[in-house]
Design a protein around this ligand. Sequence first.
Ligand code: ZN
Length: 236
Amino acid sequence: MISQLNRRISGVWDDFINLFYPNICQSCGNVLFKNEHAICSRCLYQIPKTNFHLQKNNPVSILFWGRVKIEYASSYFTFAKGSKFQKLIHKLKYHHRTDIGIELGKQLAHQLKGSKFFDDVDLIVPVPLHPKKQKIRGYNQAEVIANGMNEIMKLEVNGTNLYRSVHTQSQTRKSKLERWENVDNIFKLHETTLFEYKHILLIDDVVTTGSTLEACAHAILEAKGSKVSIATLAYA
Ligand SMILES: [Zn+2]
């Protein structure tokens, strides 16, 4: 009874807040309907989806050929520079809009559920941020995405076992070789036994050169009998 009342009060409160600060789509700026979160249905429909989850050999999985053994890899959408969808990732990373990560994580999970490749995944593991960076930002965007995915896939998210051991400078201004050198061997597992014989789904916001994901996969594959697949929100 009390909880019902609380829910009604919070519902009224939400409506009151929305009157002055309407929830707007973080992509187009239109006011959201009650059942929409962070991104409106129209923008979700317009996101340029890759459908890589339906092809084993796709531009993301091919990125890792000859570098590290990846079972399956997919990205939810393609990332055009300056597009309104790139702005979503920017807001997720730098403007505390974790609601974008939750919503897009859910969309990514719905997409992967439509593919047989990801049926036997045991664990979701977000690419770790360095603790210093996470402290400044307040959250790890890859973990936010993983938590959104968990709402749909109902798989355990492990954001602690894989960790980053040294602080790296921002990746964005480096050449491909520099980026690769910069992240190689910096990821480690606290306990390899936790990932033994597990199919791990490694999550990140964007894949560009794949060097960070590659280094993470190498660390995970130290666990006996483990397998790694990859999913990111965007493919740049
Ligand atoms: Zn919109």
